[in-house]
Design a protein around this ligand. Structure first.
Ligand SMILES: [Zn+2]
Length: 117
């Protein structure tokens, strides 16, 4: 079968398995392991604080987002870009270097999160 030539056949209307490329009704793949379902930002409340770190440094902390239901890695990446600072994730906490409270707050609000603190 050449691809692209016969777009719109009945075969294409049914969703296909991404792994075996069968239509889902014919797919025999085992179920996907815990496919993440993210909670939308507007249903989550981030709690912000600025905390002291070693050697007189401070960090802006984002808590309250469920790590299993939020894409914290993507969020941190976005925050680092928006705020222009480094950052890390430990457990369920995002930590952005420096006192970035207002910038982090604005960035989170812009993404749709509710923010406290
Ligand atoms: Zn499959």
């Amino acid at each position: 079968m050449s691809s692209g030539m016969f777009a719109g056949t009945a075969w294409d209307r049914e969703p296909h398995c991404e792994r075996c490329d069968q239509v889902e009704s014919a797919c025999t793949c085992p179920p996907m392991e815990s496919q993440p379902t993210w909670i939308p930002p507007e249903k989550q409340t981030a709690r912000l604080s600025v905390e002291k770190r070693a050697k007189g440094k401070v960090a802006t902390i984002v808590r309250g987002l469920d790590p299993t239901e939020s894409d914290l890695v993507a969020l941190l990446k976005q925050l680092k870009t928006t705020v222009g600072a480094g950052g890390t994730i430990s457990d369920a906490t995002i930590e952005v270097q420096g006192d970035q409270l207002e910038r982090v707050r604005k960035a989170l609000v812009a993404l749709g999160y509710r923010v406290k603190g």
